[in-house]
Each structure stands twice: as structure tokens, then as C-alpha cells.
Design a protein around this ligand. Structure first.
Ligand code: PLP
Ligand code: CA
Length: 309
């Protein structure tokens, strides 16, 4: 052992750490942008990294956009060109998981939005998009008689603005078919932070509702599960020892990076404060130690001096 220590990444150490890496994995919201606004200096820093020949990949738990849409957002906000192949969103990774896990012809019942459906279509996974109508009666007890599709062998839970009790009923009915019906979810983020301390409920709330009804635990595709990193590693030639995971959240980004043997870099432009890191550093609890990043910066713009030649 020994305790993990988190150091500010600057000066010669910054040159050495960046010089030793050939790949950087970027979390998106809170690291590259907040909502629709790029963070100051972030696009310039990524431009320099790309010019230095680094491979840049994007890993996000947000299931409400496709790989294609992320590529367009990166371009719109002035980041170096990214092909959809370099984007690993939880919608894409969920579709990839189901393509491998489901028997041929089997379908998924989806709680999610259009991006999740689009990634499933792209991956060739048949899926049902539940509409609000077609309920066989006015009372919830009548809904237990709504038609079920015999092809469904998985329930997939992602970010769903139109989550409802009726959908929860259908999900449970499929899952009651037994272990042959998989329960898969994109991510467990509890909240999505907005400006000024406001927040909205994250996908984790919906996952918990389905898990509670079904009395089983979902397989999570997104961070901190290593499945998301495994997707990157199976599509590119990745050496964990030469890869840096950059993120703003300890229990997703940093935990996944530490679990997968990557160098981890926290940015303070998102949801985490240095005080939280200090608290984990001083704890002897292994679970808390695994949340401590190797390095931190106030913002990825702080990497710019180390990228000048
Ligand atoms: N899920 C949803 C629906 C979101 O809108 C966001 C951030 O905007 C996230 C998850 C977290 O995304 P990331 O992993 O890029 O921080
Ligand atoms: Ca984030």
C-alpha cells in the first residue's frame, strides 16, 4: 500500500506526465464545457494535445446524445476535429453491450430518449420505444394486461424525460420473465448539476426505481464501471500506463481511471472541490482511497504552458 496523494500538475512534472502519455480520455461536462459553453482555454489545450500527436477520446455518462452529436458539439465549440469513433457515450456503449449480450433477434425494452434508440438502431439491436398510449384501461392494475413483446430479452434504462409509472410497470413485467431478461443501465449519476447550485435528478434515480421494482441489480455500462474503458481499449490500441483519464467527478471518472490502471487527472471546473479530495486522502478506507486522483488542475487550460515547445 500506502496512501494515495493528489498533487497539482504543473511545471516540469506536467511536461513529464503529458510527454509520457499517448492517449487522453476526456470526460465532457465539467471538463470541456458546461452545458453549451466551452470552458475557457479548454479548446486551445486540446488543440495543442492533438498537434503533439496525442490520441484524444471522449468518455461521457450522458446517454442523451449519439456519438455523431458529440462529434458535432466538439466541432461547434472549437475543439479539434473528433470522429464519432473517438466518442464513447453511454448510449453507444449500452448498444454495443446489448449487441454482444443478446441472442440473435432478441429485442430490448428501452426507457430512454431518441439518442439511445438511434445508437441501438446503428448497432442493429431491435428495440421497443414505449409510447404513452396503448394502455388497456384506466387503472394501474389494468396495465398488467398490456401486450408484451415475446422478443424482449433485456430492459435498458437511460436518461428518460418521459419516465412514467406505466413504463415502470412494463419494465417490471419483462424482468419478471426471469434472469433471461437482462437489466442494463447507462449510468448511476444521481444528479445533473446546473448553474448556481441548482440540479435535476439524474439517470441513477430511474435505475433505482426499476431495480427496486425488479428486486435485482442492473449491469452499469458507464463510469465507474470498467466496461466503458474496455470499449475504448477494444477499439484502439491502448496502453493503460500511457493513458490519462481527465474528469471532474471522483466517484465516476477518477474511480474508473484508478480501477483501470490509468493516470488520473481531476479538474476543479466541475462538481468536485479540493476539500473533498483531501478528505479521501486522509481516510484509511480503501474505497475512499480509490477516489483520490493522481493529479489535479484548476482547469485543463492550466496545461497550456506545459504544451508549449
Ligand atoms: N447524464 C446526463 C443526462 C447528462 O446531461 C450529463 C451531463 O450533462 C451526464 C449524465 C454527465 O455527463 P459526463 O459524464 O460527461 O459528465
Ligand atoms: Ca463530468
Amino acid at each position: 500500500g500506502g496512501r494515495r496523494r493528489c498533487r497539482r500538475l504543473e511545471g516540469e512534472a506536467a511536461r513529464a506526465v503529458l510527454g509520457a502519455a499517448d492517449t487522453l480520455l476526456f470526460d465532457c461536462d465539467g471538463v470541456l464545457w458546461r452545458g453549451e459553453a466551452a470552458l475557457g482555454g479548454a479548446a486551445a489545450a486540446l488543440g495543442r494535445l492533438a498537434a503533439a500527436g496525442k490520441r484524444l477520446c471522449y468518455v461521457t455518462n450522458n446517454s442523451s446524445r449519439t456519438r455523431q452529436a458529440y462529434g458535432e458539439k466538439l466541432r461547434r465549440l472549437g475543439f479539434p476535429p473528433a470522429t464519432p469513433r473517438h466518442v464513447f457515450g453511454s448510449a453507444y456503449c449500452a448498444a454495443r453491450f446489448l449487441r454482444q449480450a443478446l441472442p440473435p433477434g432478441a429485442a430490448a425494452y428501452v426507457l430512454g430518449g431518441p439518442a439511445l434508440a438511434a445508437e441501438l438502431r446503428e448497432a442493429g439491436v431491435p428495440h421497443l420505444e414505449p409510447g404513452p398510449a396503448a394502455l388497456p384501461g384506466p387503472a394501474p392494475a389494468d396495465w398488467a394486461r398490456a401486450p408484451l413483446d415475446p422478443a424482449v430479452r433485456a430492459v435498458l434504462v437511460g436518461f428518460d424525460e418521459h419516465f412514467s409509472y406505466a413504463k415502470l410497470c412494463q419494465a417490471l413485467r419483462y424482468l419478471l420473465r426471469g434472469p433471461d431478461c437482462l437489466l442494463v443501465a447507462t449510468n448511476r449519476d444521481h444528479r445533473l448539476p446546473l448553474e448556481g447550485g441548482a440540479a435535476i435528478p439524474g439517470t441513477g434515480c430511474l435505475v433505482k426505481a426499476v431495480e427496486t421494482a425488479a428486486e435485482r441489480e442492473a449491469f452499469i455500462v458507464g463510469k465507474p464501471n470498467r466496461y466503458m474503458f474496455d470499449c475504448v481499449a477494444s477499439e484502439f490500441d491502448i496502453d493503460p500506463a500511457r493513458t490519462i483519464m481527465v474528469g471532474d467527478r471522483l466517484d465516476t471518472d477518477i474511480l474508473m481511471g484508478n480501477t483501470c490502471g490509468l493516470t488520473t487527472l481531476l479538474t476543479l471546473t466541475g462538481v468536485t472541490t479540493l476539500e473533498e479530495v483531501k478528505g479521501h486522502e486522509e481516510s484509511d478506507c480503501p474505497a475512499r482511497q480509490s477516489l483520490v486522483p493522481d493529479y489535479y488542475v484548476d482547469s485543463i487550460a492550466d496545461l497550456l504552458p506545459a504544451l508549449e515547445d
